[in-house]
Ligand binder design. Structure first.
Ligand code: C2E
Ligand code: CA
Ligand code: CA
Length: 254
């Protein structure tokens, strides 16, 4: 039955994923974030890729959930952080215009052990400055706000690392998150961006998000920008940093 088939596939993926890191099957891709006013890449998002020996490239949507459920995300996430910080250090060492590298963070990572220590150690060992690193978290991570979460995020913020709120508007949005946590960047979700030039209501929503973000002096990034009309529209509304396939796809570091 399809259900059995799905369960079997999941079990196979889980067992393969346990060996993926040690076998060198994981790779970090980077998707440039383009600043539309200066026309340059000012940041990049680290996106995990799995080169499976028989299945080929397995998309993150297929395995991040498994990694989270099994706890493997702690080890894998630490490796992504390490890799991304090394990349940021290499890119920025001799550059006058540093590129900020953004790493996606799962709730499990933040709650496991001392995450702040892990970040601190990683920065030191890779030579990455805190201002070259951004951590992307989702609203669902903030839902279970504990005093420890708040403290960890505040410590990271004090270290000079920026925190971005990913997929903004899609989760269990509470506007109070924006003031309760040290959020530096708001990432406007692709589902809002994709229709702004056709759907007046989406446009008004994005206008409101941008105006809110600006009044809180947050940086705004739009995800999944796929046409120049969308880019122009976002630019008029005051969002000047975009991420989208036609501008640059996620790609290997080389
Ligand atoms: P996300 O954090 O929302 O990442 C953005 C996703 O949008 C990426 O998918 C990216 O390839 C895709 N994207 C970028 N531009 C466009 C566009 O113009 N059109 C469309 N349709 N899509 C675009 P990707 O790489 O498949 O990653 C999927 C999700 O997997 C990410 O969503 C993130 O939640 C998760 N993920 C990826 N790498 C990591 C990681 O290292 N750690 C954790 N915890 N999660 C990760
Ligand atoms: Ca992200
Ligand atoms: Ca996102």
């Amino acid at each position: 039955s399809p259900l059995t088939q799905a369960a079997t596939e999941r079990m196979e993926l889980e067992s393969d994923l346990r060996k993926a890191l040690a076998n060198g099957q994981l790779e970090v891709y980077y998707q440039p974030k383009i600043h539309t006013i200066i026309g340059q890449m000012t940041g990049a998002e680290a996106l995990l890729r799995w080169h499976h020996p028989t299945r080929g490239m397995v998309p993150p949507d297929k395995f991040i959930g498994i990694a989270e459920d099994t706890g493997l995300i702690v080890e894998i996430g630490a490796w992504v952080l390490q890799t991304a910080c090394s990349t940021a250090a290499a890119w920025n060492k001799e550059s006058l215009f540093p590129i900020k590298v953004a790493v996606n963070l799962s709730a499990r990572q933040l709650f496991y052990g001392n995450f702040v220590d892990t970040v601190h150690t990683t920065l030191t060992s890779t030579g990455c400055r805190p201002e070259w690193l951004e951590l992307e978290i989702t609203e669902s991570l903030l839902i279970s706000r504990t005093p420890e979460t708040v403290l960890s995020l505040e410590t990271l913020d004090k270290l000079g690392i920026s925190i971005a709120l990913d997929d903004f508007g899609t989760g269990y949005s509470s506007l109070s998150y924006l003031t309760e946590f040290p959020i530096k960047t708001i990432k406007i979700d692709r589902s809002f961006v994709s229709n702004i030039t056709i759907d007046k209501r989406k446009l008004e929503l994005v206008r409101a998000i941008i105006s809110l973000g600006r009044s809180l002096t947050a940086e705004l990034v739009a995800e999944g920008v796929e046409t120049s009309e969308q880019a122009a529209c976002l630019d008029r509304l005051g969002c000047h940093i975009i991420q989208g396939y036609p501008y640059a796809r996620p790609m290997p570091v080389t």
